[in-house]
Structure formats: structure tokens, C-alpha cells
Design a protein. Structure first.
Length: 140
């Protein structure tokens, strides 16, 4: 199993720490990069990074400063160069409106963050187990 590049787009320091820790404890070596607001995320992709710098998987929060996770998702899925990237909405919102909007914008998966930190870490490990160990992601 080859290592994959994960882009975490999250503004909560606590959630960043827990996510990175859970992914770092894995048996698979992953490259994890973090962006802390939606504008920074869109700017990253608008900079046309080379294929070897593109993430294989994006973990995206909805409630981001500058531009929302919905705006980032729409940008990625409307751009032919990036729509193949798997995007998982990982957020505290369980609002049916947010869930529907995310799937209408072609999110690959929507997960509501558990409140408890150990449950949160378990959720991240399950994401990794499924999206990294089981799913075949496209080549860049």
C-alpha cells in the first residue's frame, strides 16, 4: 500500500491536533498538510500545484474562516483538474441542509465529528481504514 497525501482543511487547533495524531499513529505513512481557512485552500489550488503536490484525499470542515467548506468543495468539484480528488466533509454540523448541500456539490463522504475526543480519534482511524486501506484512489 502506497502512502497518500492528505490535505486537512480545518481551523480548530484541537481538531487539527487530534486528526494529525490519529493519522500519525497509523501503520501507513501518510503526508499530512494543514490549511486553516477556506481562502487559503482555494489559493493553494488556484496556484496550480504540480501533480505530485496534489492531495489524494481532502478532509474538509464546513465552518471555516474567509471561505466556507461548501465554497471550497464547490471550487474543487467544479474544476476538472481537481474533481477526482476524494473530499470528506468532516464537520460538527449535522444539519440536513449542510448534508444535502455537500452531497449536491459531489462530496464523497459526509461525517459529523463526534464530540468526545476518543470517539473523534476513532472516527479518523475509521476514515483512514476505509479511504486509505480499502478504497482505490485514482492516480494523479
Amino acid at each position: 500500500m502506497k502512502p497518500i497525501k492528505i490535505l486537512l482543511i480545518e481551523d480548530s487547533e484541537g481538531d487539527i491536533l487530534l486528526t494529525v495524531e490519529a493519522l500519525s499513529d497509523s501503520k501507513i505513512v501518510n503526508e499530512i498538510n494543514v490549511l486553516k481557512d477556506g481562502k487559503e485552500a482555494i489559493d493553494f489550488f488556484e496556484g496550480s500545484p504540480p501533480a505530485d503536490q496534489l492531495p489524494d484525499l481532502v478532509l474538509l470542515d464546513i465552518n471555516l474562516p474567509m471561505k466556507s467548506g461548501h465554497e471550497v468543495l464547490t471550487y474543487l468539484k467544479n474544476n476538472i483538474k481537481y474533481r477526482h480528488i476524494a473530499v470528506i466533509m468532516l464537520t460538527t454540523s449535522s444539519s440536513e441542509k449542510d448534508v444535502s448541500r455537500a452531497y449536491d456539490s459531489y462530496v464523497n463522504c459526509y461525517i459529523t465529528k463526534p464530540i468526545d475526543s476518543s470517539d473523534f480519534m476513532d472516527a479518523v482511524i475509521k476514515i483512514e481504514d476505509f479511504w486509505i486501506s480499502i478504497v482505490t484512489l485514482p492516480n494523479k
